[in-house]
Design a protein around this ligand. Structure first.
Ligand code: NAD
Length: 493
């Protein structure tokens, strides 16, 4: 299929099929404001059919040898690599990223496929002989059944791949509900999945919004839900899923601070933080949105940031030299600009103001230029609200303890970074700071696929996180077998 097809389909039971939903939503290129396709808002009845098809497939799939279950993943990795440019262009067109950012997220997704091909070892249990005389005990890991993931708009390729490879390699049937704002990348991914050799029904794609999510949360045959999105939705998904007896991991929003000590390499810190704050137009859950300078170095850091913010080239992500694309849609642009205004009302100074940014040739696009707010009051709304746009708030602390206190006052705990050349300061920071992902001289501390993506606080609801061993544990349940084989019985032969 090409992007000229207007109405997207679902992939259920190994077939593409149109949804019977009356309602559709347009998929819009945020750089041009043009409609790329319509996505159906699939109904609860259709979700039930997809779950039934997945359940049927699960009973066959769990019997497939573990070494055979990973073979389609090798094929899928090769297919994604072969089609990486096409996938990247689709991400850029529906999500607004630059080409490099789109390629980068696909690569991070591929890493999860690679890790999941290690399932024959990762899924192993453990055992003990003679826990009592003639009695042995074994722990096995078994798949759960039908599991589902609900994903956000900002990483249309990578985030589904945080879950899908682990879920199927461990023997589950997996159903994906992508963000209705960016369903085209998933559509392309499933065209490749179709060729990779998974049996029908093991992987399903159901497009839609809230109704699909609620149908999944309430469906008795869905055993586990993986969610990534904003905090209010993550919290409600966790509550509703848990109430219905499901295993739930729900990753939420963020407000990530970086602390810059006076002994940091200022040029390196500013360059890295400009990429962290303005990369993907600030629409990353690991974007730094607050920079706290400590002691001296404030002026040097601020001057460097002003230069980097003003010189960043904004535009359509596949155009040569573009470093930052638009935000996802018109409401998002209005919201981000409204929050900048709110910051100014609270007493901050917009030393670089990206409101009303216009890009020649893309006058209809939803662009917000890089923005720097200085003297942001720590107790104000702007210091605490997730802006999810290219806005960096600058604050200052007298010493490291005050900076750590400012960091730990937040409700979110996705990431915190420190820039320093002092090992002792780095150790103190990583020990005392309340966040699940810590960067030391790193601006986007995104855990590689074989480590868990460890949000804390209001950035995560649940226990086991996405990726690596946590993914394997989340998608399996343990079965312990205690068996007695009295020694004297063997004497009968
Ligand atoms: P969102 O919460 O609006 O949507 C996420 C998913 O939930 C979508 O599939 C959407 O269809 C569904 N949804 C939305 N509202 C719903 C409702 N009321 N009931 C049921 N389902 C609903 O998030 P978004 O705008 O797509 O993504 C941006 C957010 O995701 C940001 O807050 C960002 O920080 C967060 N995020 C977090 C991580 C992480 O790892 N913690 C990673 C990426 C993005």
């Amino acid at each position: 299929m090409t992007q000229t097809q207007t109405r997207l389909q679902n992939f259920v039971g190994g077939h593409w099929e149109p949804s019977r939903a009356a309602e559709v939503q347009p998929v819009i290129n945020p750089a041009t404001a043009q409609t790329l396709a319509d996505v159906p808002l699939t109904t609860a009845q259709e979700v039930d059919r997809a779950v039934q098809a997945a359940e049927a497939a699960f009973h066959e799939w769990r019997e497939v040898a573990v070494g055979d279950r990973i073979q389609p993943l090798f094929k899928l990795k090769a297919l994604i690599e072969e089609h990486i440019e096409d996938l990247a262009r689709t991400i850029t067109d529906e999500c607004g990223k630059t080409r490099a950012e789109s390629i980068g997220e696909i690569r991070r997704g591929i890493e999860n496929i690679e890790v999941a091909t290690g399932i024959p070892m990762l899924m192993q249990g453990y055992n003990n002989e003679n826990i009592a005389s003639g009695i042995d005990e074994h722990m096995f890991r078994q798949p759960l059944g039908v599991v589902a993931a609900i994903t956000p708009f900002n990483f249309p390729a990578m985030i589904p791949l945080w879950f899908l490879p682990y879920a199927v390699a461990t023997g589950n049937a997996f159903l994906l509900k992508p963000s209705e704002r960016v369903p085209l990348t998933t559509e392309k991914l499933f065209r490749l999945i179709e060729q990779a050799g998974f049996p029908a029904g093991v992987l399903s794609l159901v497009n839609g919004g809230k109704d699909v999510v609620n149908a999944l949360l309430d469906h008795p045959q869905v055993r586990a839900i993986s969610f990534v999105g904003s905090t209010p939705v993550a919290r409600s998904i966790y509550e509703r899923g848990a109430k219905n007896g499901k295993r739930v991991q729900a990753q939420g929003g963020a407000k990530n601070p970086a602390v810059i000590l006076p002994d940091a390499d200022m040029e390196m810190a500013a360059t890295i933080l400009a990429d962290s704050a303005f990369g993907c137009a600030g629409q990353r859950c690991l974007a730094t949105s607050v920079a706290i300078t400590v002691g001296g170095g404030r002026k040097a850091f601020t001057d460097l940031m002003v230069d980097l913010a003003q010189s960043r080239r904004v535009g359509y992500g596949f155009d040569e030299g573009v470093q930052m694309g638009p935000v996802i849609n018109e409401q998002s642009k209005e919201r981000v600009e409204g929050l900048i205004e709110k910051g100014v009302q609270e007493g901050a100074r917009a030393i670089v103001d990206g409101r009303q940014a216009k890009v020649p040739g893309y006058e209809q696009g939803y662009f917000v230029g890089p923005t720097l707010l200085e003297n942001v009051p720590p107790q104000g709304e702007i210091a605490r609200t997730e802006i999810f746009g290219p806005v960096l708030s600058l604050m200052h602390a007298a010493n490291v303890d005050e900076a750590i206190r400012l960091v730990n006052e937040r409700a979110f705990g996705n990431q915190a970074s420190l820039f320093t050349s002092s090992g002792a300061a780095a150790r103190k920071f990583r020990h005392e700071v309340r966040a699940g992902n810590i960067g030391i001289n790193i601006g986007v501390a995104a855990p590689i696929a074989y480590f868990p993506f460890s949000g804390w606080g209001d950035s995560f609801f649940g226990d086991l996180h996405a990726q690596g061993r946590h993914g394997v544990e989340f998608y399996t349940e343990t079965k312990v077998v205690v068996e007695r084989w009295p020694r004297e019985w063997s004497r009968t032969f």
